[in-house]
Design a protein around this ligand. Structure first.
Ligand SMILES: [Zn+2]
Length: 264
């Protein structure tokens, strides 16, 4: 799946073949809001050019979190305000180069040196609008709300609510088409973040990867995460073996192993 889809008036979703990434665009009367920027300078430039075709308005950028695939394309959108949770800046300072190195190697191993080269040539942009808890962006005729709902996929996830149409861009707090990713996750806190997300009563939730989903999908994912959180808790307390944890988890072994590492 590759391309744009309008999911509500002036609210667009762009799915990318690369990592099945999903980015967003919210268009107001005076400004537009770009949600996530792709994984390298080339992907960012392509996305910026496409957004420019869709709207002539000046834009703000919001980063759902500091994983490279969501934010390494930001330079192509400058000059622009770049919003993110306050924890995102520190995360990028600490982990941007590690991500660049690890993924460059992975792309080379996959026989895709051109993606590794693009990653190597990317300038990482730090956010200059740090959100503590929540913030609102007036786009003209509509407001976008930026909300940190607690730790989950990372310690600094930021969701974007477009209240006038009931759309929530969830970043990787919600994942469609693949298991959630626990590399930097807080497995035992993640269900609470999704409870708060569901309390927004969204009509449509746009995940960080995969296709837009409804609240029922998020409720189901939350139930799985809750089960995994209990498994991780029992494992951390020594009540169940690793083998039992892997058996009881709703997710594949590598996913569960990663979650167990985050809670041991
Ligand atoms: Zn992520």
């Amino acid at each position: 799946m590759d391309g744009w889809e309008a999911v509500a008036a002036g609210v667009l979703v762009r799915r990318h073949a690369e990592l099945d990434l999903t980015t967003g665009l919210v268009i107001g009367e005076r400004r537009a809001l770009v949600i996530d920027t792709g994984g390298d300078h080339r992907q960012g430039a392509e996305l910026a050019a496409e957004v420019r075709e869709l709207t002539p308005l000046p834009w703000d950028v919001v980063l759902t979190h500091g994983h490279f695939d969501h934010c390494f394309g930001t330079a192509a959108f400058l000059p622009a305000p770049v919003w993110a949770d306050r924890g995102c800046t520190g995360y990028l300072r600490e982990h941007a180069e590690r991500q660049r190195a690890e993924w460059s190697e992975r792309y080379r191993e996959q026989g895709r040196p051109e993606v590794a080269t693009a990653l190597g040539a990317t300038t990482v942009v730090l956010p200059d609008r740090e959100v503590t808890g929540s913030a609102e962006i007036d786009l003209g005729g509509r407001t976008a709300r930026l909300l940190h709902l607690g730790a989950g996929h990372t310690g600094h996830d930021l969701v974007v609510e477009v209240p006038d149409v009931g759309v929530v861009f969830a970043g990787d707090l919600v994942e469609q088409g693949a298991p959630p990713d626990f590399e930097d996750a807080a497995p035992r806190e993640w269900p609470e973040a999704l409870r708060r997300l569901l309390a927004l009563d969204p009509a449509l939730v746009v995940p960080g990867h995969g296709c837009p989903v409804d609240a029922a999908f998020v409720r189901e994912q939350r139930a799985e995460l809750l089960l995994l959180a209990r498994v991780c808790g029992a494992h951390a307390r020594g009540e169940i073996s690793t083998a039992a944890a892997l058996r009881e988890s709703p997710y594949p072994e590598p996913t569960t192993e990663q979650a167990l590492r985050r809670t041991s």
